[in-house]
Design a protein around this ligand. Structure first.
Ligand SMILES: *Cc1c(COP(=O)(O)O)cnc(C)c1O
Ligand SMILES: [Zn+2]
Length: 402
């Protein structure tokens, strides 16, 4: 057997084919562990596209993957914006260029493949939007039904559209994301659906390929710091795990300082780091324009706190205004269109540099997690309205040249 499940708290190990999401003995989070020295690592691109599956020797599935060419996203070297912020070397890994427009596809290609491997008949998740879009498309591809629970009225239009057209059963819950997640966990227990929120350790295995790609693209070097938004805290945990595995395999020799950014109105992980606590205190009423990280009770907090502390990283929060400014900067200076949650990484980087918390000499990678078109309403709201003119050249001349 290639891998096992292990509890991050009590270290008990379990058969990977058991359908469990938390440690049956202590309730701790689970992670997928490998006997790394026994694995023959072979990173090659199979087939027609560069994808997550280039790294399949470190992924926990055997069968043919359910794939639509996820991963292989660009790592842009940033010029103008880096200079403006006073950074020497900055890159953006644009996860918005995945098939459904967010990094969730990396997790779902592995998660849904695993669902088939385990013989599960239905997949389910709670979502602030992107997880549901992604689950819906992979379930369609795998020809199995998907059930998604959304916080009613709080999900960006583009994301709901995706979940609907790819064929998921979409439920609007009268409640917030944290309540939707609690509910879907009960539903999965009750009806035997396969839960594909980021509490599922197999899903996070797909997301760790972000780390593999960053190192791969930098010639198997590791950046000093990786900065990303933190919502349910799965992605920061997954990326850290990816970097640790590369180090354990002797492919690289360090890990980056994992730096998590939350929104001011939703910052339980930041508070726990600030106060030196081992667990978070849930925020009962999370609020922010960055709906993808509008999460008060992140399920993967225990993993994320370790990732941040062990790597010598940081966690800070930024305001909605700072998020919008970073979103504009990315769009207008670098041609990178992102949804608000994604811009928190850059907003956080600006703040850390301005406050002198991080060194301008560092080599930094910011992850932009989701695409601009996910949330068109927000963008239209924050930008100046189009100028309405009559359909003649004189009117256009006036509008353009004043
Ligand atoms: C899911 C998501 C996040 C948060 O990731 P977590 O793993 O929940 O911390 C951030 N940004 C976007 C665009 C997302 O879709
Ligand atoms: Zn345990």
């Amino acid at each position: 057997m290639k891998c096992q499940l292990q509890c991050i708290e009590c270290r008990a190990t379990y058969d990977p084919d058991e359908i469990i999401y938390l440690c049956p003995s202590c309730g701790g989070l689970l992670e997928v562990v490998y006997d790394l020295p026994s694995i023959d690592i072979d990173f090659h691109t199979s087939g027609e596209c560069r994808s997550v599956w280039k790294y399949r020797s470190l992924l926990p599935v055997e069968r043919d993957p359910v794939t639509i060419c996820e991963g292989g996203t660009p790592l842009y070297r940033i010029g103008r914006l880096a200079k403006d912020m006073g950074a020497r070397e900055m890159f953006v890994k644009h996860e918005g260029l995945n098939p459904t427009g967010s990094f969730k596809d990396r997790g779902m290609t592995v998660g849904v493949t695993r669902a088939l491997e385990l013989g599960m008949k239905t997949v389910a998740c709670a979502s602030t939007g992107n997880t549901s879009a992604s689950l819906s498309i992979y379930a369609a591809k795998a020809e199995i039904p998907a059930v998604v629970l959304l916080p009613g009225g709080k999900v960006a239009l583009g994301k709901v559209a995706q979940a609907l057209i790819h064929g998921a059963k979409v439920l609007d819950i009268r409640g917030n994301f944290d309540q939707a997640l609690q509910l879907v966990r009960e539903v999965c227990d009750e009806y035997g659906f396969y839960l594909l929120n980021s509490i599922n350790p197999f899903r996070l295995e797909g997301q760790k390929t972000i780390a593999f790609e960053i190192a791969d693209e930098l010639g198997w070097e590791v950046p000093d710091r990786v900065i990303l938004p933190v919502g349910n805290a799965g992605n920061i945990s997954a990326i850290y795990k990816g970097f640790k595995e590369l180090r354990e395999c002797g492919i690289t020799d360090t890990v980056p300082k994992m730096t998590g950014i939350q929104a001011e109105g939703s910052r339980p992980v930041v508070d726990a780091i600030d106060r030196g606590l081992d667990r978070i205190e849930p925020e009962p009423n999370p609020e922010t324009i960055a709906t993808a990280i509008r999460i008060g009770d992140p399920v993967n907090a225990a993993k994320a706190l370790r990732a941040i502390r062990e790597s010598g990283g940081l966690a800070i929060s930024v305001t909605d205004d700072e998020i919008i400014q970073a979103q504009r900067d990315l769009a207008s200076l670098e041609g990178i269109g992102v949804e608000p949650a994604s811009a928190t990484s850059v907003a956080g980087m600006r703040k850390l540099l301005a406050d002198g918390v991080i060194d301008s000499d560092e080599r930094i990678v910011c992850i932009t997690t989701g695409h601009l078109l996910k949330d068109p309403t927000e963008v239209v709201d924050i930008c100046a309205k189009p100028i309405e003119v009559d359909a003649n050249i004189e009117a256009v001349r006036k509008a353009v040249f004043g």
